[in-house]
Design a protein around this ligand. Structure first.
Ligand SMILES: [Zn+2]
Length: 94
């Protein structure tokens, strides 16, 4: 895995390669602070997240238990755990 030209490049064990633009990856951050959590009635209100230039710069990528990646962004945000399935799914929608 590597960051090339503002894209995260990942190769899976089955040989599939995917490329994900960093801004898209950041906007798809799956954490509750970015995507919101359902309230008692099941409604999800998407929080407003202030994104800056540094929000789209990847500082560090840490594998989590062989099934996910935790992404550390330059603006200090790091609560997003991206499962490999989720990443492949995102790529299908690029
Ligand atoms: Zn997030």
């Amino acid at each position: 895995m590597a960051v090339i030209m503002e894209e995260l490049c990942l190769t899976f064990q089955d040989g599939i390669e995917i490329y994900l633009p960093l801004p898209m990856l950041r906007r798809a951050c799956p954490c509750a602070a970015c995507q919101g959590e359902p309230d008692a009635l099941g409604r999800v209100v998407r929080p407003h997240v202030e994104l800056k230039d540094t929000s789209y710069q990847l500082r560090q990528i840490v594998p989590v238990g062989g099934y996910a990646l935790q992404l550390f962004w330059n603006d200090g945000h790091s609560t997003g755990i991206y499962s490999l399935t989720y990443l492949r799914d995102l790529f299908a929608h690029v």
